[in-house]
Design a protein around this ligand. Structure first.
Ligand code: SF4
Length: 326
């Protein structure tokens, strides 16, 4: 154990002196014993505090178009392939979305992410989305992020012109696991949209989902690929099995696996906002602080795409209770 502590300290020192750790070092870190896990979380916390300070990035989402997606992602209750029983709707009216953005701003939330369940927008959908973003800019004035699926370069440029700050497009899983969770598109197609986002100068929000049956090494593989993209933000979702989906009966991932994943992602992406997203309330419950004191520095508040979450009040209270700021 002492040699593990020395190794964690050595790797932390490398990060804090602006160097990267190697994939071999990352592998050693993610495999530390449970006895050393608290030391690992503390080291990830120290890196976070020294590089990014005490600020927690708090974001809210709106599911602007829900369900009936033509893709078959096996974790997703919005896929038309599965009988998940969720309510579905087409793109919400502009007024509804603008009002949600206004309420988020009044709640003290910093950014508002517009999410749509489809493979990618048609030109007509995209024009409507652009109009909605213009209205949020004019009438509310909150930072707008988008998650609209696959987009081409001209769409990315339009979003940039509309002052969209960040575009979310997750890798979801490691390359070696991806075909187990999706057959209607490929890992490389996801990568391609991420490259377009980066090329056009939008900030990139790119992460994935853990607990889908992947191995610890596949979680590391995902972290290594994400780190190569140098995303400004990386959401870590924890699978909440959804009724009717192929992953409905997936056993729960352990708290120890969640915490070691967050910590190693912090070592791999020292400057990125690591956001604990879907599954936070379900898996971490009273231990959500452990994630924010173990490498994470962002949360989604007020619920997710198909499941509820904490209210902003409750989240802001938790953040200040542990000595951090929102
Ligand atoms: S994850 Fe996105 S692309 Fe996949 S089925 Fe769900 S909404 Fe569609």
């Amino acid at each position: 154990m002492n040699s593990e502590i020395e190794f964690i300290t050595l790797c932390k020192g490398k990060i804090l002196s602006n160097q990267s750790i190697t994939p071999q070092e990352a592998e050693k870190i993610i495999n530390v014993s449970d006895e050393s896990l608290q030391i690992l979380s503390d080291a990830a916390n120290e890196i976070t505090r020294k590089i990014s300070g005490n600020l927690v990035d708090v974001e809210s989402l709106i599911n602007a178009k829900k369900g009936k997606c033509q893709e078959d992602c096996s974790f997703c209750s919005q896929s038309a392939f599965y009988k998940s029983g969720i309510d579905t709707y087409k793109l919400l009216p502009a007024d509804t979305i603008v009002q949600n953005a206004r309420l988020s701003k009044e709640d003290g939330v910093k950014s508002f992410c517009l999410v749509c369940a489809w493979r990618g927008p048609t030109q007509n959908d995209f024009e409507q989305i652009c109009e909605i973003i213009s209205q949020i800019n004019d009438k509310v004035g909150i930072e707008v992020n988008c998650s609209l699926g696959f987009i081409d370069e001209s769409m990315a440029r339009r979003l940039k012109e509309l002052k969209v700050k960040r575009y979310n497009h997750n890798l979801e899983a490691s390359r070696s696991f991806f075909s187990k969770i999706c057959s209607t598109h490929t890992y490389d197609e996801r990568m391609n949209t991420n490259m377009i986002v980066k090329k056009t100068g939008l900030e990139l929000c790119c992460g994935g989902i853990i607990g889908m049956g992947e191995t610890r090494m596949q979680r590391l593989e995902l972290g290594l690929d994400l780190a190569k993209l140098v995303p400004e933000e990386c959401p870590i979702n924890i699978l909440v099995p959804q009724k009717g989906t192929p992953l409905e009966m997936q056993p729960r991932i352990s708290l120890s696996e969640i915490l070691r994943t967050i910590a190693v992602f912090r070592f791999l992406m020292p400057k990125t906002i690591l956001k604990i997203a879907g599954g936070r309330e379900v898996y971490l419950s009273s231990e959500q602080e452990k994630a924010l004191l173990g490498g994470a520095n962002g949360i989604i508040t007020g619920g997710y795409l198909t499941i509820g979450g904490n209210s902003p009040d409750k989240d802001f209270e938790m953040i200040s209770r542990i000595g951090l700021e929102a």
